[in-house]
Design a binder for this molecule. Structure first.
Ligand code: ATP
Ligand code: MG
Length: 723
């Protein structure tokens, strides 16, 4: 225990164990630290059985970190505390209780990609094409329904009058039926079904209510409705619930997180005690003040005091680069410089708004030989070869998983064509059996021929692998899968650089499985597959390694680094173009900026480029409004040092061209913007006729008849008013 290492408020938060407790506090004030210490305190001082404690975190990485922190504090007992994400928690419960909701407990978890495949499949069956309904938007609509606990029946009832929604309702119904048939759940189902289970079976709920005497939730501001409901249900008996969060860091509104969960906690639970933490232990005072001057531009937030006893520290460096090349070289050069002064690579993080921005910094890091690791982008488990191998393993584990079967029945190629697979699927559907089981009747389905032989062989192979699965550990089963499917050999024969990297990934999978067997309590195949599907690249535990981190701001939540670079701080990128005309989205972007700034402990750099090549187009974006919101006294604007290497020279000359363009734009800028009412019909010299639908300052968003929505700055281009 380290109660004496906490300040008074934190101590109070730790020892207030009974009842509902809300800790609403700014970044870096020790919220997460309070949860960790509270777990230790409950076990050591209050003699609570670790088995009766539940702690929910936002990412697997955070869960692992918390587990190891608690282990440092109290030792081996920590293993018995349930510390996990919402998804992992619900999966664990559903594995025990699946039969109550008529699932088998080896159910497969479908990731986003599997989900889309199955939705497309359902749309095919219903005869809806991609033009009628967009798969991604159906997928997110179904997610949204489940997040708000809207069942298929409810959805259908509400959708009757709406043509599009009634179609989605039919997809939703079929999709759920198919999932059930495949003995599979998607991510949203994990929480949705867990709540359904609790609602339908009070005795099951009662069991877990009894078990979890103490419940703690980190990052509570980012919970959605279903997660809130789950916590509420579970805490009904003992009513010992502690949530911590920061309304200023709510950044998942776009995914259904509801900031009201934290703001209305006091209404949702009885006799809530609120404790505020006001001392920041993470950052220098300049960094905290900078974050404060930005976030105060948001309206309707609870004002929080935050102070630090640390020094002012360095000022925030703002660098205005000529181009994205210049910007990324600046970042790399500064990292080089600072490592020469004693910083480690792992002290640095480069944070950006969107994954697509990462490439330039990677290139610069390679050039400057800075070891780095990039988080996000294509996950390891999303790679084709890994998904293929996992599909084999899933089918072996769960014979009803038709989505996996379809993925690999002809991979590597075995001469089983799409038509044959279609017939097999149809037969399975008509007879309500799995596709794998329907192979038994293959001679009836497709008649004699080469395909029939191949399919039979396939079924025999899967049968044999299933038998192996019963007796072999997962690592040896994997070897059997790789050899009997001929997957590895077919890659070896391919001899392309790509096949080489696929082979490397498969080898990496072997080490992932070995690691799993070494560290996991439950070593079953189901458990391995669950880990693989719920994990993200963020989860790897690599405290020992020394590399710079590249990640989106979203994934940096809860983390901290001595030196942070916030890059591409430009209008239309950060804040994103989708948010600049929508006040509530803009506020979420500003919270994102607050999260980004508060990750830094000692040094903060914010960079932007005057011209940037992104998504195949070169744009000249204005400096992010968030830069100008930072108090001028807190920043130094760094002048361009002319770099001597070729790349920077090129970047510089490219920039000269843009300066010209800017001059022209700026001359126009002297004009007064027009003042036009929303709803007015206007004409634009390039885009033609349209109607004004939104306005901020002199900028208008206009729906043009021919080209859709565009933003027009009337201080640069004049509009002709039609009516
Ligand atoms: P965020 O809002 O970003 O999640 P947080 O409120 O959860 O931040 P923590 O991550 O718990 O904050 O703490 C921030 C840093 O301050 C950590 O490095 C933590 O170890 C340190 N810290 C917290 N409290 C104290 C304390 N009383 N004494 C010394 N260091 C502390
Ligand atoms: Mg935290």
């Amino acid at each position: 225990m380290e109660l004496d290492k906490l300040n008074e408020k934190q101590k109070q938060a730790v020892i207030t164990t009974d009842g509902a407790l809300l800790i609403l506090a700014g970044a870096g004030s020790g919220k997460t630290r309070v949860i960790t210490n509270k777990i230790a305190y409950l076990i050591e001082e209050k003699n609570v059985n670790p088995y009766n404690i539940l702690a929910i975190t936002f990412t697997n990485k955070a869960a692992k970190e918390m587990q190891s922190r608690v282990e440092d504090l109290i030792g081996i007992d920590s293993k018995r505390v349930w510390i996990s994400t919402f998804h992992a928690f619900c999966t664990r419960i559903l594995r025990y209780e699946a039969s109550h909701i008529l699932y088998e407990n080896n159910f497969t978890i479908y990731d986003t990609q599997d989900k889309q495949v199955l939705i497309k499949n359902c749309m095919d069956i219903l005869g809806y094409d991609k033009e009628t309904l967009n798969i991604a938007s159906v997928a997110s609509e179904i997610s949204r329904a489940k997040d708000s606990m809207v069942s298929v029946d409810d959805y259908e009832a509400e959708a009757t009058s709406d043509y599009r929604n009634s179609k989605i309702a039919r997809v939703y119904r079929l999709y759920q039926e198919e999932l059930k048939k495949n003995n599979a759940m998607d991510f949203d189902d994990l929480i949705y079904n867990c709540i359904r289970l609790f609602k339908l079976h009070k005795e099951v709920l009662g069991k877990y209510q009894d078990k979890f005497e103490y419940i703690m939730v980190d990052e509570y501001q980012d919970t959605n409705y279903s997660q809130y409901l789950l916590i509420k249900m579970l805490s009904q008996k003992h009513k010992n619930i502690c949530v911590v969060g920061d309304d200023d860091q709510s950044i998942y509104g776009w995914r259904g997180a509801d900031i009201r969960n934290i703001l209305e906690f006091e209404k949702d639970f009885e006799n809530v005690i609120q404790i505020k933490l006001e001392q920041n232990y993470r950052s220098t005072s300049n960094i905290i003040n900078a974050a404060g001057t930005v976030i105060k531009n948001n309206e309707g937030r609870k004002d929080k005091k935050i102070w630090t006893s640390s020094d002012n520290g360095d000022k925030i460096t703002i660098y205005e680069a000529t181009s994205e090349n210049d910007e990324s070289l600046y970042v790399a050069q500064n990292i080089r410089k600072l490592t020469e002064q004693g910083y480690k690579y792992s002290d640095f993080a480069v944070l950006y708004r969107a994954n697509a921005l990462s490439r330039k910094y990677e290139e610069a890091f390679m050039k400057y030989k800075i070891p780095y690791k990039i988080f996000g982008g294509l996950k390891f488990y999303d790679r084709m070869e890994i998904k293929d191998i996992l599909a084999y393993l899933r089918l072996i584990d769960n014979k009803n998983d038709d989505v996996s079967l379809k993925r690999i029945i002809n991979v590597p190629k075995r001469g089983i064509g799409a038509k044959t697979v279609e017939k097999l699927e149809q037969y399975a559907r008509e007879h309500s059996i799995s596709m794998l089981d329907s192979i038994e009747y293959i001679s009836q389905i497709i008649g004699a021929g080469k395909a029939q032989e191949s399919i039979k062989k396939f079924a025999v192979m899967i049968g044999a692998l299933k038998a192996f699965a019963k007796i072999l550990p997962v690592s040896e089963l994997l070897e059997k899968v790789i050899s009997s499917t001929n997957y590895e050999n077919s890659l070896i024969e391919e001899k392309t650089p790509e096949s080489q990297s696929r082979l490397e990934n498969i080898n990496e999978l072997k080490s992932v499985i070995q690691e799993f067997e070494r560290t996991s309590e439950d070593k079953s195949l189901s458990d391995f597959l669950q880990n693989a599907t719920l994990s993200t690249d963020m989860d790897e535990d690599d405290k020992k390694s020394n590399y710079a981190t590249l990640m989106t701001i979203h994934s940096a939540k809860g983390l901290e680094f001595p030196v942070v670079f916030i890059v591409a701080a430009e209008e239309n990128i950060f804040p994103s173009s989708r948010s600049v005309l929508d006040e509530s989205k803009l506020e979420e972007e500003r919270r994102l900026c607050y999260v980004a700034i508060t990750r830094a402990k000692e040094k903060l750099f914010i960079t932007r480029a005057k011209s940037r090549l992104l998504y195949g187009k070169t744009n000249c974006n204005l400096s992010s409004r968030f830069i100008s919101e930072i108090d001028k006294d807190l920043v130094i604007n760094e002048k361009k040092e002319y770099y001597v290497d070729e790349d920077s020279k090129q970047a510089y000359s490219l920039h000269q061209k843009y300066i010209e363009k800017y001059k022209i734009m700026n001359e126009h800028k002297k004009d007064e913007p027009q003042d036009i009412k929303i709803g007015t019909k206007v004409s634009h010299k390039t885009f033609g006729k349209g109607m004004i639908v939104g306005k901020t300052g002199g900028k208008y968003s206009i729906v043009f008849d021919k080209v859709g929505v565009k933003t027009i700055d009337t201080s640069v281009v004049k509009l002709e008013i039609l009516s």
